[in-house]
Design a protein around this ligand. Structure first.
Ligand code: UD2
Length: 335
């Protein structure tokens, strides 16, 4: 009996040693080949051989703004990235970038400019799929898109309350992502239609979970952010909480990350509604609560969502995307 146990123990030791040896040989074989066994595509950045670009400095860079969050996510400002390098890296990955945009009721009037300027500035040279959600599919402007870019129109019901239109976007984004083919390195951005692109919005904005700093509050203290302040709401933020105030008008990331965000915000919004609570800024409040707990892995500066009525501040070197001026009383079903 004792002899049997010793033989068994010996077999376990020998098999374990063989296992370790096999792993070691396999790893060294693959790594010697300049390869990596298995990494998430999002973090595996392969630059093409012999690419020429300006030498990056480790001593000089933007000093007038913060370019990294306390949880070490990059904050993207003009001057912090090399577009040639980034585009070359992401070309290798053959990514598709989707965008969702809602044009319900009179907001259809903003769609033409949105789409035309997206064609000029949003992920130019990449595969782009724009999903337009509207109750007026016949009024979607027709125009020729560049090769690799396409547009899909989805019909949605109209509503008598703008708050509902804005908030229901999370549900529709969740459902859309569930219907898309799930490739691990595809991205989606969810954007407000009453906006135009004015400058490059490209690969520098890609990340797992991407939030945009709201242009209206980036100089303010967290106590004055317009978070939902009623503890009864699932979007509640206490006075000492909050990193930044993020926009509801632009956010994105990898499909699976945005799906999780949309699903959570939708279910919290609906649970609130059951108790007759509507957060101060609808889905924007729920998004801010979500990002407080689930920190974005990339933060886009207010260059990525400015407002036309605001003069450009000195730290904003380029406006890439900006909300147009609008007359709420004229365009909302309930102003
Ligand atoms: C802010 C946010 C917006 C949303 C809202 C709170 C920014 C720049 N904007 O904008 O994203 O979080 O607060 O709910 O951060 N829409 C229609 N038809 C309508 C009403 C709205 O299609 O009748 C869609 C449209 O895509 C629009 C979006 O919902 O861009 C947001 O509505 P908004 O622009 O009227 O909201 P606003 O300006 O208060």
């Amino acid at each position: 009996m004792k002899h049997l146990i010793n033989t068994k123990a010996l077999a376990v030791v020998v098999l374990s040693a063989l296992g370790v040896l096999f792993c070691y040989l396999f790893l060294t074989y693959r790594l010697a080949d300049d390869d990596v066994i298995s990494v998430s595509h999002e973090f595996h950045l392969v630059a093409p051989d012999h690419l020429q670009y300006q030498q990056p400095s480790i001593l000089r860079g933007r000093t007038d703004v913060v370019t990294v969050t306390p949880w070490l996510a990059p904050v993207v400002w003009e001057g912090t990235f090399n577009p040639v390098l980034l585009d070359s890296i992401y070309k290798e990955k053959n990514i598709t970038v989707s965008a969702t945009v809602f044009a319900v009721g009179k907001y259809i009037m903003f769609l033409k400019d949105f789409l035309e300027t997206a064609e000029q500035h949003f992920f130019v040279g990449f595969k782009v799929h724009i999903y337009v959600f509207t109750d007026r599919p016949n009024e979607v402007p027709q125009f020729k898109m560049a090769a690799g870019r396409q547009l899909t129109v989805r019909s949605v019901p109209s509503s008598k309350r703008w708050q509902e239109i804005s908030a229901r976007r999370m549900e529709l984004i969740q459902t859309l992502i569930e219907q898309l083919p799930h490739r691990s390195d595809d991205y989606v951005f969810c954007l407000d239609v009453d906006s135009k692109f004015h400058g490059r919005w490209g690969t520098e904005s890609l990340g797992g979970l991407v939030a945009v700093i709201h242009p209206g509050y980036y100089k303010d203290g967290r106590r004055s952010f317009p978070y939902e302040r009623r503890p009864a709401s699932r979007a509640y933020m206490a006075p000492g909480w909050g990193d930044f105030y993020y926009c509801g008008g632009a956010f994105g990331g990898l499909l699976q990350e945005v799906h999780q965000l949309a699903k959570t915000c939708r279910s919290n919004f609906e649970a609130d509604a059951q108790e007759r609570i509507e957060a101060a800024w609808q889905e924007e409040s729920h998004l801010n609560r979500y990002m407080w707990i689930n920190k974005p892995s990339k933060v886009l500066s207010p260059e990525y969502l400015w407002q036309d009525f605001k003069p450009k501040n000195p730290e904003v070197h380029i406006i890439r995307f900006s909300g147009v001026m609008k007359n709420y009383a004229e365009i909302r079903p309930n102003a």
